[in-house]
Design a protein around this ligand. Sequence first.
Ligand code: PSU
Ligand code: MN
Length: 308
Amino acid sequence: MTLPPTLPLILSPEVAEAHAKGAPIVALESTIITHGMPFPQNVETARRVEAEVRAHGATPATIAIMDRQIHIGLTDPQLEALGQAKAVAKLSRADLAACLATGGTGATTVAATMICARLAGIGVFATGGIGGVHRGAETSFDISADLRELAETPVTVVAAGAKAILDLPKTLEYLETLGVPVIAYGQDDFPAFWSRSSGLKAPLRMDDAASIAAAQRMRTRLGLPGGQLVANPIPASAEIPRAEIMPQIEAALAEAEAQGIAAKAVTPFLLQRIFELTQGRSLEANIALVLNNARLGAAIARELAAQT
Ligand code: PSU
Ligand code: MN
């Protein structure tokens, strides 16, 4: 695939090479680096995730906005600089174009990463968790733009489900309303990020990467827009059982409410507080599940490349 020259896209040398060969590529987001994990674990994790993708036969493409360009794949110095940078914008569909037009450094959320991946011809993206319908959304209207993006942009997103900081039943209902396939990988239940099960059954289940790739291709053939959410449970060895993490989640939610945290600040605030309240255990789990998603993302990328 040739990229239109008018797009503000820069492929890293590694990604450009893979792209030219039609080799498998996995997109990776940058908000998890800038807003999802503390330094230095954020940079260490980003490097390990990239290495995991390579070890499983695909090329990683971490996406971020710098100098009015969408960078598809970062060099190691760029990754390090991003991980330490202050005042990085958290970009979603609403503010991606504004950041590119006016300058400044921006990290891409799930929604913005999907948009950029599609522009670069990348069909699969691995991350930790997606945004969703927040608890109390019936009054706050806080529903992540990630959900609508899944309905619109043809990229398969591998995540460990959605965090229990969200309203998971409403998140699944909303995805159904939007016509987004939610596929649990290798089990029936929808996973809840730090925990393998949310107690809710996922609408779909698949047990291999080839089926997931075939389903994405079929959507395209049918002219259906949008991607798929692949919900990959955290490895059992790293999971924090629901009952153990629930009190910390409730405490963090109560603090967010008391401090009037709203809009984009909600998810980073909750992640940071749960990290503190679990004394780092939530971060250990987060790292393990992202690596696990990187492996499955690479397998799906290989299938997408093979089925072309
Ligand atoms: N899940 C994580 N870590 C993160 C995020 C999700 O494990 O950092 C980020 C993703 O970039 C996701 C965003 O797209 O949070 C959702 O933010 P919001 O709820 O404001 O839409
Ligand atoms: Mn929100």
